[in-house]
Design a protein around this ligand. Structure first.
Ligand code: ZN
Ligand code: ZN
Length: 412
């Protein structure tokens, strides 16, 4: 792979991703396969004045071996010293960069209970560390990396080396690496997302109406909802990009205010299963009927995950159909890419930051404001070149937001 483009990508991760500042530390979560690239990132980090770069390596083969052979009791414990170390670093304002390229099939034959046990143990041990991230107390960013497992899943018919190169091309293209000045291209792109989220937050639409083949859905939005997307600001006021690439602006639906039917437009990869060509019928916010051509059973499991939180929506996201990711026409089996290829909704938990004072609300207040709570947050794609979306204002006026899959409003 071309050295120059890799360097640009490393630079982009440090400058636009986590926007590392002088005398700041950096945690990098990365697969060992990415070691050469991680060294480049570390070099860029020291070039802008990092005081330390700490790497948390992972190796898919070792992960697999552990899940296959370790008894389930050993998966109940996440080492406290490890959680303590990470916590100490974020408390010292370390930024976090995750280099992400999971093989979507890695654990497909592993007992689901083992995976759930390890996930729960890590979730509990790392809850403080993750809070620093989810509440933007520190700068954090997730970027893609084409591991052999992921690349082979996408391009099974060609040799691994070529598959990796092909996936690199997609990662570079969707991250605007080949533009004359990628950092400047990102600034321009973020500005468009900023205009869109400002416009929509100011509008305070009462509801959104979706129409396409198989879809006729009305989604109410809670009062004082906030649209997010593109770059965000950390507690100390540093601008960073949580996801690279990113194309969406998103807010939360009212958990009791979704009515009608919606059809999926891309397959959903869920817990090692593919759910495809499905539709959901909502009444007062809850899925009351569903069917799927493929994976109907898995869809049922997902919907029955908890009392009824998984049957309600937690996110509504707008992504124009001509976004660079959707143009590729590829299903990436990787949320970082797939959710940025299409308008989508999420079943399950809503982001509290999508409503005024959300992070401070009690469970009861969240429910009163229509903020959904659930064990899951699962994006599914509903965008197409036929999708039209209208906004209904508080005084009942209808305004066009999307026409034929893209913005009916101009933000340049
Ligand atoms: Zn999203
Ligand atoms: Zn989501």
């Amino acid at each position: 792979m071309n050295q120059q483009r890799l360097e640009k990508y490393a630079q982009l991760a440090v400058q636009k991703g986590v926007n590392l500042q002088k005398n700041q530390g950096l945690i990098i979560n990365a697969p060992v396969e990415a070691s050469q690239f991680v060294r480049m990132v570390a070099k860029e980090a020291y070039a802008v004045g990092a005081k330390n770069v700490h790497i948390e390596w992972n190796d898919e083969l070792l992960t697999f071996l552990k899940f296959k052979h370790a008894p389930i009791e050993t998966l109940e414990n996440f080492p406290k010293w490890r959680a303590d170390g990470l916590e100490a670093m974020v408390k010292d304002n370390y930024a976090i960069l995750s280099v992400y390229g999971e093989n979507p099939d890695l654990l497909k034959d592993i007992d689901g209970e083992k995976i759930a046990t390890a996930g729960k143990a890590a979730g509990q041990a790392l809850s403080e560390y993750r809070k620093y991230m989810m509440n933007n107390k520190v700068c954090w960013s997730v970027i893609g990396y084409p591991t052999s497992g992921w690349a082979k899943k996408l391009y099974p018919e060609i040799p691994t080396e070529q598959a990796i190169d092909k996936l690199w091309e997609e990662i570079f293209r969707t991250n605007r690496i080949d533009e004359a000045d990628p950092v400047d291209a990102w600034n321009k792109h973020n500005n468009v997302l900023l205009q869109a989220k400002k416009y929509l937050t100011n509008k305070q639409y009462k509801s959104l109406v979706y129409k396409a083949e198989g879809t006729d859905l009305t989604i109410d939005l809670p009062e004082n909802h906030i649209w997010h997307g593109g770059s965000e600001f950390s507690e100390s006021g540093t601008e960073f990009n949580p996801n690279m690439p990113t194309e969406e602006v998103f807010t939360m639906p009212h958990k009791y205010g979704v009515n009608g039917i919606v059809a999926s437009t891309k397959p959903l990869s869920y817990g090692g299963n593919i759910i495809d060509n499905f539709n959901l019928t909502f009444k007062d916010g809850k899925v009351v009927e569903f069917s799927a051509e493929t994976g109907e059973k898995a869809l049922g499991h997902l919907l029955d995950m908890d009392e009824d939180g998984a049957r309600r929506l937690g996110e509504v996201a707008l992504v124009p159909h001509e976004s660079p990711i959707s143009q590729s026409g590829i299903i990436f089996f990787n949320t970082l890419f797939d959710e940025n290829a299409s308008c989508h909704l999420a079943l399950g938990k809503a982001y509290p930051t999508n409503i005024e004072n959300g992070p401070e609300m009690t469970d009861e207040e969240m429910d009163q404001h229509g903020v959904n709570e659930s064990l899951v947050h699962e994006d599914f794609m509903i965008g197409s070149s036929e999708l039209n979306i209208d906004g209904i204002t508080k005084d009942g006026k209808t305004e066009a937001i999307f026409r034929n899959g893209t913005w009916a409003i101009s933000f340049d």
